[in-house]
Design a protein. Structure first.
Ligand SMILES: [Zn+2]
Length: 435
């Protein structure tokens, strides 16, 4: 309604203007050279208006003609961008579907159409990696590093590649560059921590450790690697506080305490860890330097006194008693260990030794020894260091598993067989029963 009203007013104004012009009196005479043109005012006005209109149309056409190449270029660019976007989408779909050949082709097409954008370079790299063309991925990542807005993505890709091929020196350099490109990135921190573990840089691994990291293992390893005694003592104490059940942490701390002259404190640390989780290495440390065999048995008693019922305590007391010539006590402790559930080779070998000590070179003694050795052959293997992650056994403790690389997974583990064997009586049974 408003538009109709507007046009009615416009029409009325035009009619009014035309009527006004038509009613103007007078004529205009123009003389150019020998030609004289005379016309009335309304005709002149009409001619002027017509001339303005023609000029306007001509100028508009000229402008359109001049703008034509630019418009054509813009249209072509738009078409390229649309085709490039479509190729990017097809590359993404192919990647998701695992069609690496198509992904590579479409990524290359997208890059050709859209140029080296962060998106096309990432797509090219990803497709190249999936297709096993590491060189293509490397080249795309390197191009990315040159872009100030996406350098982090490039370094991230190159770092991942370096870690995959276990080139730790190159990875360390790239991690620093990634950190510079995007300071404080959580991902870089995690990768640097992983890198530190892989390269055995325990101090850095500990510094970068998050809440879930095995700090006790890392701190114990860092303490072992630390040259400065004061710092080493601090790290070892941290390790032991983090996990007092971890024998290597207790040993690292106790060793540093012993070196600094705090022998009593060292023994307390070892005793406390023994009470929580007995380990032969702790006993070896506690008894080190004691040469008198009876004194060793007494030291073992002091170490195990708060956890006497544990088979490991029983075994320790049995072996030190035997060494001190206390065969009765040795037998009593060995039997107690067996009753507490220990059925390991080392216990049966110890029992064989006890039989040898007690029975001597008699027929009964030899028979009892043979029986114990037969048990030893069928017994559980002795405990050892096993990775909880890959279940590979190691001769010594490692802060990170040499097999799978996981940190803090190597633990002192009983090798008890899956199906528990019935406990067999030792010695004094009639001959033939165990054949
Ligand atoms: Zn492992």
């Amino acid at each position: 309604m408003e538009r109709v009203l507007f046009w009615l007013i416009v029409a009325a104004l035009v009619i009014l203007f035309s009527w006004f012009v038509a009613s103007l009196p007078g004529t205009v005479t123009a003389t150019v050279g020998y030609t004289t043109v005379t016309m009335s005012v309304p005709v002149l006005v009409a001619c002027v208006l017509l001339a303005l209109f023609v000029l306007y149309v001509l100028l508009t056409l000229l402008g359109a003609l001049l703008r034509l190449p630019r418009r054509l270029r813009a249209r072509r660019a738009l078409a390229r961008r649309r085709a490039g976007d479509a190729a990017s989408t097809r590359a993404l779909v192919a990647l998701a579907a695992g069609e690496v050949g198509d992904a590579r082709r479409e990524a290359a097409r997208a890059r050709r159409l859209l140029g080296d954008t962060a998106q096309t370079l990432l797509l090219t790299a990803e497709a190249g990696e999936r297709a096993g063309r590491a060189d293509e991925a490397t080249s795309a990542f390197e191009t990315l590093t040159a872009r100030s807005d996406a350098a982090f993505l490039g370094y991230r890709g190159l770092l991942r590649q370096a870690m995959d091929r276990q080139d730790w020196a190159e990875a360390a350099v790239l991690a620093r560059q990634a950190e510079q490109a995007h300071p404080g990135a959580v991902w870089v921190r995690g990768e640097r921590a992983r890198l530190a573990v892989r390269t055995g840089n325990w101090t850095e691994a500990l510094a970068l450790a998050d809440a879930d990291a095995p700090k006790a293992a890392l701190a114990a390893a860092a303490a072992e690697a630390e040259a400065d005694p004061a710092r080493a003592l601090k790290l070892a104490k941290q390790a032991w506080k983090e996990d007092p059940t971890l024998a290597p942490a207790a040993l690292a701390y106790a060793r540093r305490l012993r070196e600094s002259g705090a022998e009593k404190r060292a023994q307390t640390v070892i005793r406390q860890t023994w009470t929580l989780a007995p380990n032969p290495a702790l006993a070896e440390f506690a008894l080190a330097g004691i040469t008198d065999k009876l004194a060793r048995a007494q030291a073992a008693q002091r170490l195990a006194q708060e956890h006497l019922e544990h088979p490991e305590s029983r075994f320790l007391l049995a072996s030190t008693a035997l060494a001190a010539g206390l065969t009765g006590e040795a037998r009593r402790q060995a039997e107690a260990a067996r009753e507490a559930g220990m059925n390991e080779r080392r216990l049966w070998l110890l029992l064989a030794e006890i039989e040898e000590e007690e029975g001597g070179d008699t027929e009964a003694g030899r028979r009892a020894q043979r029986d114990a050795l037969r048990h030893a052959a069928a017994a559980d293997p002795d405990p050892g260091w096993v990775c909880e992650n890959c279940h590979v056994a190691h001769a010594t403790w490692h802060p990170a598993c040499p097999n799978c690389g996981a940190a803090g997974t190597v633990r002192w583990t009983s090798m008890r067989q899956q199906t528990p064997q019935p406990l067999l009586p030792i010695a004094h049974e009639p001959p033939g029963e165990l054949v």
